[in-house]
Ligand binder design. Structure first.
Ligand code: PHE
Length: 347
């Protein structure tokens, strides 16, 4: 008969060949189950004498314990292998670089506007905001540009299919100049009863609209209005403020401005402001950057102020033009096409 040690060896081999818990259970049944080999050996005991039973019984028990030990070890080994497999499947490589979220950036026009606001802010100017859909009075009449006046055709205005309280069609403001009136009126009202009124010093940047479209004109564009009204504000203040602004904006003192006589209904005298770089690719070329002038007495009156007492200057500059010059952009339309290849360069 086969020695118990051999039986134990076969069991070990069978357990070792089991690749899964189910296979292991099958192998177990062959040795330890009801119809298993060890059980069969037990059954043989009945035909033996008492002494032989004792000796053989002890051998069987020892073999059974060994087989059970081997089974438990193999179970544990399979469970460990399964755990390792799972851990490897779910493992994270913490040395991999993370996935970044795309980061946004400010639009170049917004950047230019923020620069303008901070420069004028440093010179004591308030920043005001106003409606883009305007009444006829604020866009034109209050600015000394009455109905049927030929100067209205300087601005090819978009009209809205809605009338204001006076029955005149609303317009998409063709310039930021209505903000001169709105801001000054509010200021005048605030100090109506007071003995003295602080000076008005404000800029109003924002969107403006005209029927115009080519490489340097867009139907929607941006202006910044400036207004300084007090009891003794003159053209020399305008020149000083504007020169300081434009030098700060372009971050160079190697830059000049000149005033060229012009006409606007709301300023008298009026001037275009041109600037010229002293170096760089645009060196020596005069570039028009702003309309300006001394606020017309009738406009002062329309603000609710006394033109015998108050005087000041106003200017209106094209922000897109300034941004094109600052960033070296040749075609204005690039700003508004929404092409990320262009826009992400300004991040
Ligand atoms: N509003 C004028 C324009 O759009 C510019 C301007 C503003 C001129 C203020 C004089 C004073 O062309």
């Amino acid at each position: 008969m086969e020695a118990f040690s051999q039986l134990v060896q076969r069991a070990e081999q069978a357990f070792g060949q089991a690749r899964t818990p189910a296979e292991l259970e099958d192998a177990k049944a062959r040795f330890l189950g009801k119809a298993g080999e060890l059980t069969a050996r037990m059954k043989e005991l009945s035909s033996l004498s008492v002494d032989e039973k004792k000796a053989r019984g002890a051998e069987i028990n020892a073999a059974k314990q060994e087989v059970e030990g081997l089974l438990a070890a193999r179970r544990q080994a399979l469970a460990d292998a399964e755990l390792t497999r799972q851990l490897q499947a779910e493992s994270l490589d913490v040395s991999l670089p993370g996935r970044r979220r795309g980061s946004g950036g400010l639009h170049p026009i917004t950047r230019a506007m923020e620069r303008i606001e901070s420069i004028f802010g440093s010179m004591g100017f308030d920043v005001a905001d106003g409606p883009e859909i305007e009444t006829d009075w604020y866009s034109f009449t209050a600015l000394n540009n009455p109905e049927n006046h030929p100067a209205r055709s300087m601005q090819d205005t978009f009209y809205v299919d809605l009338n204001d309280a006076e029955g005149r069609p609303l317009n998409l403001r063709p310039h930021t100049s209505p903000m001169q009136i709105r801001y000054a009126q509010a200021h005048a009202r605030r100090y109506a009863g007071a003995a003295t009124m602080p000076e008005i010093r404000v800029i109003a940047p924002g969107r403006t609209y005209r029927v115009d479209s080519d490489a340097t004109h867009s139907p929607m564009f941006h202006q910044v209005e400036g207004l300084w009204v007090g009891e003794s504000i003159s053209f020399k203040d305008l020149k000083a403020v504007y020169l300081r602004f434009i030098r700060a904006f372009f971050e160079t003192d190697d830059l000049q401005i000149r005033f060229r006589p012009s006409y606007f209904p709301f300023t008298e005298p009026s001037a275009e402001i041109d600037m010229m770089f002293g170096s760089g690719p645009l060196k020596g070329r005069w570039l028009e950057v702003s309309g300006s002038g001394q606020v017309h007495p009738q406009v002062i009156r329309n603000m609710g102020l006394d033109p015998e007492r108050y005087i000041g200057f106003a200017f209106g500059s094209g922000i897109d033009r300034l941004a094109m010059l600052r960033y070296g952009v040749g075609d204005l339309r690039l700003f508004f096409d929404g092409d990320l290849r262009f826009l992400t360069q300004f991040k």
